[in-house]
Design a protein around this ligand. Sequence first.
Ligand code: BTN
Length: 231
Amino acid sequence: FGQAMRYAGTVGSTQDEARAWADDPHDPAPHGAVVVAERQTAGRGRRGRAWDTTHGTLVFSVLLAGPLALPDLALMPLAAGVALQAACGVGGLKWPNDLLAPDGRKLAGILLEADLRGEEARRAVLGIGVNVSAAPEGAAWLSEFRPGLTRAALLARILAELERWLAAPPQAVLEVWRAVNVTLGREVRVVTPRGILTGTALDLDAQGSLLIRTPEGTTVTAHAGDVQLVG
Ligand code: BTN
């Protein structure tokens, strides 16, 4: 990844820049092309949230050329989380892929957007934002834990880890995710598109969905959603 790379000052969202580059008929972005920006005016996070790009954050998007089978896409957010944790060398993953500092503040986030076409994705754009030397209110930044790690060095590390983990066998991704997560065994409240699930986070299934034991003793599955750790 990163053989083709564009560096921009201010953009709306690097996700849109990566798509626009992929669609450029004269110079289409190849698989693994990267767009890095200094600032975003319309950075977005998961579930429609805004992603603040303050000074001192690393924000970039990677183009994943398709076609991508939907089952392969399911584990990608977790594989990207494993790669991010390995590259940063600190913190734990909150399902599916928020990187939290040891004290629970958020260090980095991942957004995977797939452009679907029938039963497959014709491409996907993986966006990552890491608070490196500064962070929005309440969030953590990497220099607190890894002083001296520059944004350029961090980007190179993340790209190398992404190449490795996006190609890794599902079993290996799940195994490492389990080893570096801060979700399993905790009381959680998961806001899903279909409603709120509460209970104990038990495990992942083979697709990377989160299995939750409810207070009534049944096990329910969250395929997508936002976890709040409540205990
Ligand atoms: C989240 O935690 O909700 C995901 C945040 C992802 C933010 C990154 S920053 C680079 C890329 N461009 C965007 O607009 N969003 C992602």
